[in-house]
Every structure is written in C-alpha cells, then in structure tokens.
Design a protein around this ligand. Structure first.
Ligand code: NI
Length: 174
C-alpha cells in the first residue's frame, strides 16, 4: 500500500465524468488499498478515485457503522429528507461551505470483487454518499454552497460570535 497525492480544485480530473469499473482485478484492489491509506492519513470522511487522478467510479465513504465502506460503481437509488450543514473536501483544503443534502440515502454498489450490495445511511453517512458519488460525476460541493466558502478560523469566529450573542459562551467544535 502507498498513499497517493490528493488532487486539488482547479485540476481537470475533478470535473470529469468517471468511467465504470469493469475489471475487479489486482489493479483495482491496489487502487482501493492506496485510497484507504490516503484517506486515513488525510483524516477525512471519504475519498473518490478522481481525487487521486483515477477517472473510475470508485469511492470510499463513512458507512453507517462509522467504518470506511468501499463503493465501486455506486448509484444512489433513493433519498429522502433534508439536512443542512458545513461541508468540506480534501480537494478544497481548509475551506468549508453550507450545503443542503438529503438526510437519508440508499446506495447500490459493487464491492472490490464485483459483488452487488445495497447500503443505506442517515446523517453524515448520507452526506458522505452524496458528496463522494458527486465526485464521480465531476461535481464538487463548492457548486452547492450557499453563502460562500469560509476558512476554519472564520467559522470558529462566527460560531463564537453567535454563541456570545446567545450568552452561552463559546462552544467546542463537535
Ligand atoms: Ni470531496
């Protein structure tokens, strides 16, 4: 296993529609293993193959049990509800924006050996499924942001200000 370089916004690989995986071979397994290591080192919630320059429909997302789940040729079957919150991306380092997503999503995908499965999730898992599968179609969360992008320091300052106004004192980051 090895870590791979995470491509940042501005690189053309991030705006392409990725091709389906057709060979569930050693090469795919190496890609997924490398992506797992890259994600772990970057301390993120998910990673899509185009973020490491591979234009194939493969991504990792935080599953319903909090563990990383491998999704090959994933498709969203169904969504419901709505959640709003700050979202970031390893390809847009240090920047966050307010994004609306479904609160529940059901996905059909294949595992690294080609076996089809379905998985569903709420909250962060639903958000992560949508964010990562968007990457496979060349879309970044920045396209969905309401009200602009902020640095972590700006978000902290805004949070402190809103807490001060409410007279509750500063709240820690969750
Ligand atoms: Ni991302």
């Amino acid at each position: 296993m090895a870590t791979r370089k995470i491509i940042e916004q501005g690189d053309g690989s991030l705006t392409k529609v990725c091709r389906p995986v057709t060979s569930f071979d050693q090469r795919l397994h190496e890609l997924i293993d490398d992506m797992r290591e890259t994600l772990e080192q970057a301390n993120g919630y998910g990673l899509a193959a185009p973020q490491v320059g591979i234009l194939r429909r493969v991504c990792l997302a935080m599953g319903p049990d909090g563990k990383v789940i491998e999704l090959v040729n994933p498709e969203i079957l169904e969504t419901s509800g709505q959640q709003e919150g700050y979202e970031g991306c390893l390809s847009v380092p240090g920047m966050y924006g307010w994004v609306k997503r479904p609160s529940w999503a059901k996905v059909r995908a294949q595992d690294r050996d080609g076996k089809v499965f379905e998985v569903e999730g709420v909250g962060m898992t639903a958000r992560c499924f949508c964010h990562e599968i968007d990457h496979l179609d060349g879309h970044l969360f920045t396209e969905l942001v309401i009200g602009g992008l902020y640095t972590e320091a700006e978000l902290d300052a805004a949070q402190a200000e809103s807490q001060r106004k409410k007279g509750k004192g500063r709240k820690g980051k969750s």
